[in-house]
Write a protein that binds this ligand. Structure first.
Ligand code: ARG
Length: 458
């Protein structure tokens, strides 16, 4: 096979097992486009600084253009013997353009090269995820608007707590997605730094221009310490942590969708295209998509722990351990992007069963807090009101009815402050409309929250 780029100082070739074990080309070839972009910027700088000739640059540009075409056409032959994406491309370049190809690596190392490639790759993935988080929020807002007035039980401990609107419940996820996007925007600032110029670890004695390369590649600035530039992957860990939080939020929503779609709850139905059937039970329609997203959250969490663990024992600067950063990182980005795409589409296809939501409100004394607040407004200290209403709830439970079904005389037996107007506050609509402050569930506030979210996203 081909002699390795570094085989000059060795007496024997690596064994086939070691070759396969140390190679990364079968996964890092995903960064081919970024690798070429980085090389072109580096070559342009070398020529500008008279470190290589203008003809060398022209040859490199011509060769790289052909390689890009070969890759796009699926005709590029990746070789295990050439270890990784960097050496595969460099070797092909040299085959195509000769000596200019051999000059490309001047003042550079695979260590700063790979760190640059990952950052370029991740920057694109982050931009895609931020964009998708926007679409996801817009889809949530659209559904929330249709259900700004639709009452449903709000739960704590999965027990009926107080009425909320379905729109308000959905807007909670908009807030989560908003923070998720902010985290990615913030992580992007630190991803967007140029490692090239650090070379292997100590910098280079060639008169390079790092600022120029940074500008060519759209990096905000250069990494300011060469040892740090080639060795740390904290930017990848940050991204994965942000992704794990997105997935955690999607997983919570998944859990709710699954629960709501259970016939025992029956709050929603998911469009058929997100569900699958059973090969044995003909009646089944299973919420596979949210279940899978809930499951995939585990693998992203695993990647986060994997990357943290990968980093923690490494002395400065570059170590081969870092080759292990790519598969978890790629899988995190793939999982994140696919999950966001599918969720955006799925949210638009949710069919809401408003009657079932309203029925559920009748079973759990959802307006008990309303009654307590009513008594407080008539002068009873809150703790005493709480006690009076608790006794009323016990009575209703014994009778198998809801609070508004208790006759006035009965309600008055728990507190003389109860009057005829009590029944207005015991209605669901009354309870909802009363929570009319920013962040509250009153339909007017839900509409205001939707308007704010849309303005932010515009
Ligand atoms: N494939 C390597 C990686 O992913 C590229 C850098 C290799 N550098 C080295 N000195 N072995 O990290």
């Amino acid at each position: 096979g081909d002699a390795k780029a570094w085989s000059g100082r060795f007496n024997e070739p690596v064994s086939d097992l070691v070759k396969r074990f140390t190679a990364s080309v079968f996964f890092d070839c995903r960064m081919a486009e970024q690798d070429i972009r980085g090389s072109l910027a580096h070559a342009k700088m070398l020529a500008k600084q008279n470190i290589i000739g203008a003809q060398d640059l022209a040859d490199i540009e011509r060769g790289m253009a052909q390689i890009l075409e070969e890759i796009a056409a699926g005709k590029f032959e990746w070789s295990l013997d050439l270890e990784d994406v960097h050496l595969n491309i460099e070797k092909r370049l040299t085959t195509l353009v000769g000596d200019a190809g051999k000059r490309l690596h001047t003042g550079r190392s695979r260590n700063d090269q790979v760190a640059t490639d990952i950052r370029l790759w991740l920057r694109d993935a982050v931009d895609q995820a931020i964009e998708l988080l926007g679409s996801f929020q817009r889809a949530l807002c659209d559904l929330a608007e249709q259900h700004a007035d639709t009452p449903m039980p709000g739960f704590t401990h999965l027990q009926v707590a107080q009425p909320v609107t379905f729109g308000h419940h959905l807007m909670a996820y908009v807030e989560m997605a908003r923070r998720d996007a902010e985290r990615l925007v913030d992580a992007r600032r630190r991803i967007n730094r140029l490692p090239l110029g650090a070379s292997a670890l100590a910098g280079t004695s060639y008169p390079i221009d790092r600022e120029f390369v940074a500008q060519e590649l759209g990096f905000e600035a250069v990494c300011e310490n060469s040892l740090d530039a080639v060795s740390d992957r904290d930017f990848a860990i940050e991204f994965t942590a942000a992704a794990a939080l997105v997935m955690t939020h999607l997983s919570r929503l998944s859990e709710e969708l699954i629960l709501w779609m259970s016939p025992r709850v029956g709050f929603i139905d998911l469009a058929d295209r997100f569900c699958t059937g059973s090969s044995i039970m003909p009646q089944k329609k299973n919420p596979d998509v949210p279940e899978l997203v809930r499951g995939k959250t585990g693998r992203v969490n695993g990647h986060l722990v994997g990357l943290l663990t990968l980093m923690k024992g490494q002395p400065l600067a570059y170590n081969k351990d870092n080759q292990e950063d790519k598969e978890p990182l790629f899988d995190t980005a793939d999982t994140l992007i696919d999950s966001l795409r599918i969720f955006t589409d799925m949210v638009s296809g949710i069919r809401v069963k408003a009657d079932a939501m309203r029925d559920a409100l009748k079973q759990g004394f959802a307006t008990a807090t309303e009654l307590a607040d009513y008594l407080v407004k008539r002068g009873l200290p809150f703790r005493d009101a709480h006690e009076a209403v608790a006794r009323a709830v016990r009575e209703a439970e014994t009778r198998g009815c809801d609070l508004p079904d208790l006759p006035l005389e009965m309600l008055r037996s728990f507190s003389e402050l109860v009057a005829e107007d009590v029944y207005q506050v015991l209605t669901v609509e009354g309870a909802l409309a009363g929570r009319n402050h920013i962040g509250g569930t009153a339909p007017a506030q839900v509409r205001a929250a939707i308007a704010r979210a849309r303005a932010r996203l515009a």
